[in-house]
Design a protein around this ligand. Sequence first.
Ligand code: WQD
Length: 340
Amino acid sequence: MKKILVTGGTGFIGSHTVVELQQVGFEVIVVDNLSNSSIDVLDNITRITGIRPTFEEFDLSDRKKTAEFFSRNKNIDGIIHFAAFKAVGESMEKPVEYYQNNVVSLLNILENMKENGIRDLVFSSSCTVYGQPDELPVTEKAPIKQAWSPYGNTKQMCEEILRFSTVSLPIRSIALRYFNPIGAHESALIGELPLGVPNNLVPFITQTAIGLRKTLNVFGNDYDTPDGTAIRDYIHVVDIAKAHVIAIQRMIGEKGKSKLEIFNLGTGNGTSVLEVIHSFERVSGEKLNYSIVPRRPGDVEKVWADTRFANEELGWKAELSLDEMMASAWKWEKALAPRK
Ligand code: WQD
């Protein structure tokens, strides 16, 4: 049974990927410092799959602890690296913490892959590397523009580190550029669990509807879009998780075509903030309380993916609709309610 290390495996996308990996027969070991997730995610993964992942808690930006972990865990066949800070707005306020955490943890992973003969790495990247694309839908060949935030810049830097490291080291990597992951596992046992006030749109919508927030602020309706609100490519977190399984299988199965491959993970559909709100109201039957406020600094106007490369090369395609995404997010919020 192949063993995969999932860093950040108690996080939003990490936990859904652990479930998908276990369900196709991988053994999973999770490392997380629990800075933005809760240990009881492991219990809920176990309730879904019946298999409790091995777990170790430490900070991957700690070079000594990371080396010590790898010296005790020799038989790792591949790594999926999620562990990173990921809030665009927060990164504007805490740039040094973002560079320290997001870049150094990747360097520690690469150093230990080299030392321990681990070849395959799936890296969690982001559409934020594109900034505001000149052409839409955006393909993987689009120019990388100046980052709009330290968060986006750390993803650009990490991709560059991979580009050079895979040339000179016996390491292959697949970088997956997520668009906007939303929704939750159908069991409503795992989902997006932002600590504190959510930065992201969908948890803010569901927390407003459940009564945890007074109103949703819609950041601007003066964009050059059909209804004036900003457009994103929202994609179900389970569709994202499935792509990670395909990516690690691709490398382990020697199917990769170059030492670094980069894929967009989106649906190819651009959806506005108001369209997301209307989808939520449709699937929940709730009227959402929202108000239009000025734009949020750092937001791009519109971005959605050209998904052809991932569809054709990985044989992967997002399957779940916006309504299914919003219905799963609402089911998850209602399941959380008693725990709040
Ligand atoms: C979406 C839209 C906001 C909150 C995220 C992640 C980033 C990356 C890409 C993975 C924007 C609007 C939001 C609110 C609002 N993902 N909005 N009111 O900024 O696209 O970035 O996806 O790597 O890590 O942060 O997502 O959900 O914050 O915003 O009007 O209360 O919703 O202006 O147009 P974003 P988001």
